[in-house]
Write a protein that binds this ligand. Structure first.
Ligand code: GDP
Length: 444
């Protein structure tokens, strides 16, 4: 997961400050030296690190003593806001054309994930009420056109192609016309990539830009390439002018240096991050949430958004009624497990919880959790409907049968029933008159 190492190291620095009644300049110096090392190890650009540390130190020294915060909390607060600022401050949204028809031009080097991201972006736009069309402008690799068609199909989005045409400018122009005529409101133009920035590529992209006048040029870079990604961004921005960056493969990059340096070095914001190969693994980039995540403060906002995206109003109402009447059964439990899966699984959710940030949670914990999850699912699936709705009838022979059916020892079945009873007891408080479930939990 992104920022794993950095997160762990920064949290160690702050743990070292904890319990101190006041911080001397020497304390802050020591802490800042460690912060500097942590950032450098995360592959953050050297100049960016220097400025960052100097700014945090200055603010920490000058910070007014707030009675509500301990000195270490104050330093965390400063680092949090500086990290947020470093990554661009606010979430930089896509700009849509006021005319109602928006053209997005995707550019980037080969292999960074441009084609995959074009598809992901189409899926994301659809989820946000848009009607996108894709356009394949890579005339050099026929396989690139095939790939975009496959991607387009998987996200149910039409792909405009002109296989016999060797002029990307013509293709883009025709796509634009077709998209407008057919009533699409966003055209995503996937352009050709190269292994390196070269004049020919830049000229071609500049020609496409001139012809189709994109509302946004989005540069796709690969987080795994670290500072090379940042250098590519500088190159593309100088030669072509870009409006935003999409940083892919953040799921595989444990350092995160590129995401931390890109805005500061290029002046252009990271707008989205790619978190996996699947078509739904694209997230808008929120600097403030990412900073909190790095500092182990959790990412409650993303968690709520994820919950709300999977939120099924009807089902939630039904569940709330049941909770209030204290009629929550194992059948409902099974349904809720399905919800969690829909939200990306335990791992994704746990990473967003406060205190369980990247540093606090290990891959093996997630695996263990997901394994237990699957076991519970197998156990409940091995029960009859009657048993799921009324676990009280689960006598010894029924438990033995379920154990055999699910391939689990009887102790696991006992444990599950016990946990269910405990959860029911806890939920009883919501059945009191007037008790209201927080919205998020209603969805879960
Ligand atoms: P292009 O040459 O820039 O069009 O790159 P592709 O779209 O073909 O992607 C190259 C490889 O990167 C493919 O195997 C993708 O599945 C993979 N990829 C793209 N985005 C991500 C991401 O966010 N995470 C991971 N893990 N893989 C990605």
């Amino acid at each position: 997961m992104a920022f794993e190492g950095l997160s762990e190291k920064l949290q160690n620095v702050f743990a070292g400050l904890k319990g101190k009644g006041s911080l001397t300049e020497a304390d802050i110096d020591t802490a800042m030296r460690e912060v500097k090392l942590a950032l450098l190890e995360a592959d953050v650009n050297f100049k960016v690190v220097k400025e960052f540390v100097a700014s945090v130190k200055e603010k920490a020294m000058g910070a007014e003593v707030m009675s509500s915060l301990t000195p270490s909390q104050q330093v965390i607060k400063i680092v949090n806001s500086e990290l947020t600022e470093l990554m661009g401050g606010v979430n930089s949204k896509l700009t849509y054309s006021p005319s109602g028809f928006t053209v997005l031009m995707m550019v980037g080097l080969q292999g960074t994930g441009k084609t995959t991201t074009s598809g992901k972006l189409a899926a994301w736009l659809k989820q946000n009420g848009k009607k996108p069309m894709l356009c394949a402008c890579d005339i050099y690799r026929p396989a690139a056109i095939d790939q975009l068609e496959v991607v387009g199909q998987s996200v149910n989005t039409p792909v405009f192609t002109m296989r016999d045409c060797k002029d990307p400018v013509k293709i883009a122009k025709a796509a634009r016309k077709e998209a407008e005529i057919k009533g699409y409101d966003v055209l995503i133009v996937d352009t050709a990539g190269r292994l390196q920035i070269d004049e020919e590529l830049m000229d071609e992209l500049a020609d496409i830009k001139k012809e189709i006048k994109p509302h946004e040029i989005l540069l796709v870079v690969d987080a795994l390439t670290g500072q090379d990604a940042v250098n590519a961004a500088v190159g593309f921005n100088e030669k072509l002018g870009i409006d935003g960056i999409i940083m892919t493969k953040m799921d595989g990059d444990s350092r995160g240096g590129a995401a931390l340096s890109a805005k500061k070095v290029t002046g252009k914001p990271v707008k989205f991050i790619g978190m996996g190969e699947k078509m739904d693994a694209l997230e808008p980039f929120h600097p403030e949430r990412m900073a909190s995540r790095i500092l182990g403060m959790g990412d409650i906002l993303s968690l709520i958004e994820t919950a709300e995206a999977a939120y099924d109003e009807e089902q939630a109402k039904k569940l709330e009624k049941k909770l209030k009447k204290n009629q929550f059964t194992l059948e409902d439990f099974l349904e809720q497990m399905g919800q969690i899966k829909k939200m990306g699984g335990l791992g994704k959710l746990m990473g967003m919880m406060p205190g369980m940030g990247n540093a606090g949670i290990k891959d093996e914990d997630i695996e263990k959790g997901e394994k237990e999850f699957r076991q519970m699912e197998a156990i409940i699936c091995s029960m009859t409907k009657e048993e799921r709705n009324d676990p009280k009838i689960l006598n010894a022979s029924r438990r033995k049968r379920i154990a055999a059916g699910s391939g689990q020892p009887v102790s696991k079945i006992n444990n599950l029933v016990k946990r269910y009873e405990e959860a029911r007891k806890m939920m009883k408080q919501f059945s009191k008159p007037g008790a209201k479930l927080p919205r998020m939990f209603r969805g879960m």
